[in-house]
Structure formats: C-alpha cells, structure tokens
Design a protein around this ligand. Structure first.
Ligand code: NAD
Length: 406
C-alpha cells in the first residue's frame, strides 16, 4: 500500500523545481539523485539543533528509525516524500546545548543523556560525527530547577559559553540549511540570540517553542529581508492536546453548539513540565495554547471561561503527557451538554512527527527562494503562527504548498 500522501509525483515536482531563481537561496538546491535503494530524492536537508532535549532525541531517533524503511512500511508520518525529501534525507550537521552531560558528546549519544527521559524507539543511532557544542545559556536554565535531583534537571556546563560570532561561524561551517529551536519554554533571550545567529549565518529557522519570532512582524520582516524562511511558533504536536481541543472546538462551531466553558489541564514528568513550574516563564506558552483554541471558536470565549495550560509536574510520568479536557456547551433549546476527554501521549515523538515536516517545508521554501514567514505550513504545524486558520484549511494549503501550487 502506498503511503496516503505518497502521490507518486516526485518526478513532476522535481521538474517543476529544477530551475532556480538567480541570486536567491534557490541556488542552494541539490541536484536530484537516485540513491542505492532506488527511492528518488532531491538531496539532503541539513539541520542545526539548539537544545538537545527530548524533542531533539525523538527527532534524531526518527531519522535512523525511518532510514531503512520505505513508503510502504513507514507508519507515524504525515508525509513520506515531502517535495522530494524523505525522512532520512534530514541530516544533523550541528547542535548546541549547555548541559554538562551533553556538551562535547556525539549527537547520537547526547540524545540519550539525562535528564532526557523520552521513549527509546530506536536505540541504535549511528554516530553522526557531530559533537554538541557549548551554546550561550542566557535565560535557558531556570533557577528553580536547582531544587530538583540531578537526573531530572538541567546542569549547566562550566565550559566557556560561545559568543554569537562562534555560533555564526559554526552554523556557516556546518553548511546547515535550517536551525531548529528546541529550547525550554521561557527562553526569550536565548531564542532571540540564536535567531539572530541564524539571520547572520544565512540559515532558515524552524521555531518549535512559544517565543514569538515568526509571529513577530518585525522578526519575520528581518528574515524576509535576509532572504530566509522562518516557520513558527510553538510546534503543534501530531495528535496532542492542542489539535484535539481545536478539532472539538471546531466541531461545536459547525454543529451550532455554543461553547461556554472549557479547560485543558496537562500533566507530565519531563524537563519541559519541570521548567514550566516556574510560572513566570509561562506567559507566551499560555498565550500560544489559549489562542490556538480561541481562534477556531465560533465566538471568543470570555477569559474567565477558558483555561488552557500546563498544570503540574508528575516526575514518574517522565515523557508521558496526560491531558484532561472538559468542554461545556448549549445544544438546541439552550439545553446543556458537556464532554470530558483524557488523552495520553508520549510528548516528544508527538512533536517530532510534526517537526520533521516543518523542517522539510523550510527547506522547500529555501529551494524556491521564498523568504519571511511561510504561512501555510506555519498554520498547520504551529500553535502560534502569524496567521491562524482552521486546521482543514491549513492542511489543504500546506498540501498545495508542498506541491508548489500555493
Ligand atoms: N513535546 C511537544 O509536543 C512540544 C510541543 C510544543 C512545544 N514544545 C517545546 O519544545 C521545546 C523543547 O522541548 P523538550 O521536551 O525537548 O525540552 P527539554 O527540556 O527536554 O530540552 C531542552 C534542552 O535545551 C537545553 N538548553 C537549555 N538552555 C539552553 C541554551 N541557552 N542553549 C542551548 N541549549 C539549551 C537543555 O539543556 C535541554 O537539553 C520546549 O520549549 C517545549 O515546550 C514541545
């Protein structure tokens, strides 16, 4: 059985994009090749990662997990072939972290170091030859973590922190196409710092965290002026609390049921949840998660009637996230109804299933000489895109974008 989104049009797509726009990033496009396994590819997508935590672990494991698969036996992906790029065409060429257990290690080892605790679905990740470099700490490590056991928290390395010039040089030397940001929630300064480095180095950005870069018009304009795509902000997991809450909210709207009150409470035991115990880091996360739901409601829900957010840290859950969702509405004749739902997912593979597509879309945008915020994939893959649309529309536009029709 072909993969549901395997259109068999890879060749057509390649012909369509075999040209380049002179003087643009389109010049970076690799020639089409046919590898030993016979599957057509248009080249590699070289990524740099900031924050080698659980999400990075799942993503990097996935690159090996799918390496010896084909469209017939690959499950868990939205796209096998995305514009000619297969999952295994994504290649890590640089990585930055600040934790003493990760800095200096090969990426294939660093992803399994504590405090990472996500499911190991591919234990045999070959050496990448890429060592995790010391980054710049800034506001990446929250002080409250010091009160928790070493195995559960970040421990800053005592290596000298990298300067912006060193990170820019490392990005340039690595040949990275796309920088993928997986820093902890609340890393406002650190995210801006790495985004500036991407701009300077001439690298596209996929911003998986709720610090507003793609959805900040000034930042997006700077990426556009530099001829670089940016896709963000805050990854919308494959089948997580946000997409489920949005779909149900949209269902209420379509079926004429007035949504009056709702909450989404989430618990988990990874460092993401530990980090979010520091409520002062949560402002943008709360905005991102709440607006993702508000934006598909028939009419705006009063602030006191919607509560969406991380709710507690339960260490034994590790990377398992549990979401408790309640929605209260009024049916025909103003008769009340409610729905309660419990969703249990492994948090980080859930994000990797989307970041692998966001990354490939960023590369497609580079190939095509597109710059600034790339709206269609941002609306589909991110909780806080520059433009919110329904998920149906975002899906359709993203498929159009991938085909080159958008
Ligand atoms: N899992 C999901 O479904 C999901 C969804 C949306 C957003 N996110 C966001 O993605 C981000 C990553 O999540 P995660 O679970 O991998 O987090 P994590 O806590 O496992 O990893 C964060 C990593 O960043 C490193 N780090 C801290 N400060 C740094 C700095 N200044 N420079 C470089 N590295 C630094 C830490 O050492 C750690 O390795 C979080 O912001 C999370 O909220 C995740």
């Amino acid at each position: 059985m072909p993969h549901p989104t395997q259109s068999g049009q890879g060749l057509i797509r390649k012909q369509r994009y075999a040209w380049r726009i002179p003087g643009t990033r389109g010049e970076r496009r690799h020639p089409a090749t046919v590898p030993a396994d016979g599957q057509e590819t248009v080249g590699k997508v070289k990524i740099a990662i900031t924050g080698v935590g659980n999400c990075a672990s799942s993503l990097v494991q996935g690159l090996s997990y799918y390496a010896d698969k084909g469209p017939e036996d690959a499950t868990g992906l939205m796209h096998w072939d995305l514009g000619g790029y297969r999952p295994q065409d994504v290649q890590v060429v640089a990585a930055f972290d600040v934790d003493l257990r990760k800095v200096g290690k090969d990426v294939s080892e660093a992803i399994f170091e504590k405090p990472n605790c996500t499911a190991v679905f591919c234990s045999q990740v070959p050496k990448t030859g890429v060592r995790v470099r010391m980054g710049r700490i800034l506001d990446g490590v929250s002080e409250h973590m010091a009160a928790y056991p070493d195995d559960r928290r970040f421990i800053a390395s005592d290596q000298e922190e990298a300067s912006a010039e060193e990170i820019v040089a490392a990005l340039r030397e690595s040949g990275a196409d796309v920088l993928v940001n997986f820093l902890p929630v609340g890393s406002e300064q650190a995210t801006r710092f790495y985004a500036e480095c991407a701009l300077e180095a001439g690298v596209a950005l996929v911003n998986c965290i709720p610090v507003f870069i793609a959805s900040d018009p000034e930042f997006a304009a700077r990426f556009e002026a530099r001829g670089l795509p940016v896709i963000g902000d805050d990854i919308k997991a494959q089948l997580g609390a946000t997409i489920t809450h949005r779909m149900l909210t949209d269902l209420f709207r379509r079926r004429g049921v007035a949504l009056e009150r709702t909450y989404q409470l989430n618990t988990g035991g990874n460092t993401d949840f530990l980090n979010m115990l520091n409520r002062s880091r949560l402002e943008s996360k709360k905005e991102s998660k709440t607006e993702a739901v508000q934006s598909v409601a028939a009419s705006r829900i009063a602030d006191e009637n919607i509560h969406v957010g991380p709710s507690d840290y339960v260490p034994w859950q590790n990377d398992n996230k549990v979401c408790f969702l309640r929605m209260e509405g009024k049916l025909f004749g103003d008769v009340p109804m409610n729905i309660e739902l419990r969703l249990s997912v492994e948090d980080s593979p859930n994000s990797a299933g989307v970041s692998i597509d966001a990354i490939r879309c960023a590369k497609l945008a580079l190939d095509r000489g597109l710059a600034g915020a790339i709206h269609a994939p941002a609306s589909y893959f991110m909780k806080h895109p520059p433009v919110q649309t329904s998920d149906d529309e975002a899906f359709q536009r993203t498929e159009d974008f991938i085909r080159g029709d958008g």
